[in-house]
Design a protein around this ligand. Sequence first.
Ligand code: GLP
Length: 255
Amino acid sequence: MAEIVILDRTAAGELAADVILALVARKPDAVLGLATGSTPLAVYQALAARGADLTDVRGFALDEYVGLPPGHPESYRAVITREVIEPLGLNPSLVRVPGDRGPIETAGDDYERSIVAAGGVDLQILGIGTDGHIGFNEPGSSFESLTRVKTLTQQTREDNARFFASVDEVPVNCITQGLGTIRRAKHLLLLAFGEAKAEAIAAAVEGPVTASAPGSAIQLHPHVTVLVDEAAASRLSNIDYYRYAWANKPAWESL
Ligand code: GLP
């Protein structure tokens, strides 16, 4: 099962930064799966503050809107540049975003080939939507799905409207790594903060495993770490066990 760690946002960012820096120490050209959204900012801010040399790190963004004008400040390419590449000192030519190359019709296959050619994603950072989506894999997405163009739910468009002048400006289509793509990553690091995520986290962690709760795909993965604050953990039935397991984690065992 996933390892669930309950801690506040700042501590979660620091712990995630520890995990990433340990990986990069072992493998300087590690491949990171990069999520956007407000949640992973805690991780990127903690990492930036450490000032580590990450110039050889390679990155694959999880998802991107389809239909925004090039260079739009809320395109995930722009967000990843602003919030990840620049503060962390990554090499922009080593960071891909789905749909950034060639025609959109073949962009999904192209992205999958690039991930395979890079040797796969070593560590995939994930947030979760209030409707349980990971990446932009909305409820009903196949657990075997690979990178492809999808249609956003109205709920997701409304959730993301805060980044735009109005909900009408939020694109209807997106291109996202599939749940199958995400499941191929070697280690999944899922973060969630706040009461609004409590239901999605309970569904993801405690099931049932169903395409109706895309986050529940993490239960099919052998190495998952879930970092949640008290509010996001508040609907977990087995919360006492997660705390107990964390408190009794063998000292030799890494995350
Ligand atoms: C978007 C992204 C997801 C992200 C979700 C939650 O829909 N495509 O990858 O997990 O938002 O965002 P936030 O972390 O801002 O709550």
